[in-house]
Design a protein around this ligand. Structure first.
Ligand code: TYM
Length: 332
């Protein structure tokens, strides 16, 4: 029965097409959880406005994100897909949790430091973002939060806030655990492999999108930055080849040592890169095809999120009512 399963909750910002990091660090692992857990995959569009967005783009990217979730294998018959801004409760709970969050803890968040360093105008939403993320998780009493490595610190904050609220008032929230796979948890840029692959990287060929066609994937992999050692071995001081090997392992499921052994007699990177491109094409082709087939079917995509919203709104409302009562707000 669904109600007895542990709850998994996670999401990806609708800020553009999903990339290989989003897939290997996140969606590819999420789809393996569909039967074991009660899975909630949502679209955090309220997070997206922490950096400026073009409203019309945000709207279409949100629906595209639903299509990409489904194309990545998140079967809406076996999981719940919903949109954050449709649900009453996320921002309300975030306000309550924010009143328990020391400012210093938010200033220490790596992602805030990174993102604010790149911008001239820094708005408070960017600082407050991890509190909203904690609310997303706690509102549904999620047991597990599967993400890539970059979100670990945010999930730790959600744990802290659950414990702090429970200790301040009375036991209310499940303390969530991060679920971070070792391979694929940190896919790096193909052009500057000391930085993580990201949607906002404008360098040509740095990011593989899940909708890239075979020839584009081949071109990006062939031109990926490596070094002059011409040896296929994973060494952290050789971030280019280290990243490509990690991607190969995440896609094929082969262990790093086994992959190194397989490629040890290769001279130069060309043949390895060709093999890598082929496994990526095999992985991403069906995803792109599925995405192309459903992305214009707005009726279907809306039906998926309506069904998800209907399931989660009562749960969110129940948690919020409990929290409001505990903090001393009058019944609505
Ligand atoms: P976002 O949209 O940046 O990323 C979505 C997921 O993709 C993973 N990821 C990566 N994994 C490996 N290598 C990479 N280069 C890479 N880039 C991204 C992320 O770790 C993430 O799992 N704050 C979240 C969204 C969010 C959320 C939540 C997640 C809002 N509320 C509640 C979980 C629970 C974010 O911005 O992810």
């Amino acid at each position: 029965m669904d109600t007895q399963k542990k709850i998994v909750l996670t999401g990806m910002q609708p800020t553009g097409l999903l990339h290989l990091g989003n897939f290997l660090g996140a969606a590819n692992n999420w789809k393996k959880m569909l039967d074991q857990y009660d899975c909630y995959f949502f679209i955090p569009n309220q997070h997206a406005i922490t950096i400026p967005q073009v409203p019309a783009h945000l709207r279409s990217a949100t629906l595209n994100c639903v299509a990409q979730y489904i194309a990545c294998g998140l079967d809406p018959q076996r999981c719940t897909i919903f949109v954050q801004s449709h649900i009453v409760g996320h921002t309300e709970l975030a306000w309550v949790l924010g009143c328990l969050t020391p400012l210093g803890q938010l200033y220490r968040m790596h992602q805030f430091k990174d993102k604010s360093a790149k911008r001239e105008n820094i708005y408070s939403g960017l600082l407050y973002y991890p509190v909203l993320m904690a609310a997303d998780i706690l509102l549904y009493n999620a047991d597990f939060v599967p993400t890539g490595e970059d979100q670990r610190q945010h999930v730790e904050l959600a744990r802290d806030l659950a414990e702090r609220f429970n200790a301040t008032y009375s036991p209310t929230f499940t303390v969530p655990a991060p679920l971070i796979e070792t391979t694929g948890a940190r896919v790096m840029s193909l052009k500057s492999p000391e930085h993580k692959m990201s949607k906002s990287d404008s360098a040509d060929g740095a990011t593989i999108y899940i909708t890239d066609k075979p020839e584009t994937i081949r071109k990006k992999i062939i031109s990926a930055v490596t070094d002059s050692e011409n040896k296929i071995a994973s060494h952290p001081e050789r971030p280019g080849i280290f990243n490509l090997l990690n991607i190969y392992c995440a896609v094929t499921g082969i262990q790093l040592e086994a992959a190194e052994a397989k490629f040890k007699d290769y001279t130069g990177y060309a043949a390895f890169k060709e093999e890598l491109a082929e496994v990526l094409i095999k992985l991403l082709d069906p995803i792109r095809e599925k995405y192309e087939a459903i992305k214009e079917d707005k009726e279907y995509l809306y039906a998926v999120i309506r069904k998800g919203n209907e399931k989660v709104q009562p749960i969110a409302y129940k948690t919020l009512s409990k929290v409001y009562h505990k903090v001393g707000f009058l019944e609505r």
